[in-house]
Design a binder for this molecule. Structure first.
Ligand code: G3I
Length: 333
């Protein structure tokens, strides 16, 4: 019964999970499970602007520092999520930002936050979800206030500021919707590759791609060859790859626990066995650890009222088939 973290470490990989201060402070069993299973944690909420920036002129590091201390106390690495995102922004933001102050606002935020954790952070999701093909721009970039008020260079600017504030942190571009053999995912893989190529060609300090990997348990449109090819194209840009937010949605799976857990587990194993074949992959983080605390219970509840089961441990912190599947994927890596 060696933990996921130890199994991964044996293969030179990191395993960890997203956590937040609220659930860790409320539940000692969660604390014990995270300490046991993980080698790295990522902050689910506390490093987003809506937590860090109560006003345009102040920073509140208390909740995020609590997590950084938690990581240090338990000998875990700590990942930063996320410096630039169009969601989870404080109310004052849209009222304040304009074309005169946008660049200054971005630079001040990144410099202050990244310096605060310099030396104590494994990696930063510097920019999150900057591509949205539905916005129908030729460069694929999402229409955000940063794009509107700074222009397409905002991504490069963000990475350069992060590198200057902490030359040792691994700097990551993180995105979702890249996994499947659908026209949408195919186009998004292409757009992400183009963005990364472009950043690299300008000498931007970027070190890795984060592939969120919010998978679906009933999705048959996974093509391992095509996905493997995408991973090797990323690796050929001299970038590492992190699986940053993996979980498996069971919203539309049969309610029967044996059937449901088996499909969720198989989805983890099929995906991770392909991913872990690529030597550029260095880390796998699940988006949560126990089914007791998952964003999916709020965002994608089941219609029959049954509790969702997307993570390695059940709501009572017992290892599930999904745990076995992840363990096997590490063992076979
Ligand atoms: O602030 C309250 C908190 O005090 C309370 O304990 C909690 C109880 O549910 O509610 C809190 O508000 C929550 C908020 O995060 C904290 O800012 C909301 O309910 C919750 O809906 C909100 O959602 C988070 C979301 O990002 C927006 O920040 C999710 O938990 C989090 O899992 C989700 O994570 C994103 C990644 O950052 C990017 N990739 C997709 C992923 C899933 O959507």
């Amino acid at each position: 019964n060696m933990s996921l973290g130890k199994r991964a470490l044996i293969k030179g990989l990191l395993y960890g999970a997203a956590v937040n201060k609220d659930s860790l402070s409320a539940n000692p069993q969660l604390v014990a499970s995270v300490a046991k299973e993980c080698a790295i944690i990522v902050s689910e909420w506390e490093l987003k602007w809506n937590f860090l920036r109560p006003t345009s002129t102040s920073f509140d590091f208390m909740p995020a520092d609590w997590l950084a201390d938690f990581a240090r106390t338990h000998g875990l690495l700590f990942r930063g999520h996320t410096l630039v995102w169009h969601e989870a922004m404080p109310k004052w933001f849209l009222k304040t930002i304009n074309s005169k102050n946008a660049k200054q606002l971005l630079l001040e935020h990144i410099t202050t936050v990244v310096k605060h954790y310099a030396g104590n952070i494994h990696s930063w999701d510097v920019v999150n979800e900057a591509i949205n093909l539905q916005d129908r721009r030729s460069d694929g970039l999402r229409k955000t206030p940063w794009l509107q008020f700074i222009g397409r260079d905002y991504i490069e600017i963000a990475f350069r500021a992060a590198a200057e504030a902490d030359p040792k942190a691994m700097l990551v571009y993180n995105d979702y919707g890249l996994e499947y053999d659908t026209p949408e995912h195919e186009a998004k893989r292409k757009a992400v590759l183009n963005l990364l190529k472009n950043l690299k060609s300008k000498g931007t300090p970027i070190h890795a791609l984060g592939i969120q990997s919010h998978l679906s348990g009933n999705e048959t449109r996974f093509n391992s060859q095509k996905f493997q090819k995408f991973l090797s194209e990323i690796a050929n840009l001299d970038l590492k790859i992190l699986i940053t937010e993996i979980d498996v949605k069971d919203k539309n799976l049969p309610v029967d626990l044996k059937v449901r857990d088996r499909i969720v587990a198989a989805t983890y194993e099929d995906y991770l066995s392909v991913v872990l074949d690529e030597p550029a992959v260095i880390a796998v983080l699940t988006w949560g650890l126990s089914d007791r605390y998952t964003w999916l219970s709020e965002y994608q509840p089941r219609r029959d009222g049954a509790k969702v089961r997307p993570l390695p441990l059940d709501a009572n912190f017992k290892r599930k088939l999904a745990w076995n599947a992840i363990a096997r994927a590490f063992d076979n890596a």
